[in-house]
Design a protein around this ligand. Sequence first.
Ligand code: ZN
Length: 184
Amino acid sequence: MERAPDPLLTITRAQLIVGGIFDRIGIEVVWHELAHCQGEKQPIVVTLSLMTPRDQLPYALAYSQPFEGVHIRVFYDRVVYDQPVTGGVCPPQVLLAHVLAHEIGHVLQGTDQHAERGVMKARWNYRDYYEMARKPLGFSDLDIRLIQNGVAPRVERLRASRGSIYENLLSSQKVLIRSGPVVN
Ligand SMILES: [Zn+2]
């Protein structure tokens, strides 16, 4: 059996891929450690679950709360250690990145809608895993519109709450993501 990938390296690589996926639609993702991210920046909070109970959403790799707009939980153990899920065609950091991008997509869109293909597809198949291993999946045109519609009020709220010191940040539509320690 292969050695389990180093979590820090896997997460860092996944963050880079997520950054690339959102960069293609004009959104810059900024990652912060949980301890170094102020609440007033209205971040999205990602928690990674290491010991997910078997009966918790048995077929899910993660979930988010799109209507609440803040929290994402990724079942890191299922994504990274249960490689049979992809038939082994997709490196763990690539799958982790797509799971993160999918849930961030939900939170930014503020909906639980899914697309026929790409990042926001409800359930990826073997072909999708193969594709994402070659090149990150993208968002559909509708996804992009929904994300842009969802980001606008976030930016407005930030602007209202903080004023000018975040001007640069706001003008580039940065989305702040803070990731917690790997905890269950
Ligand atoms: Zn979904």
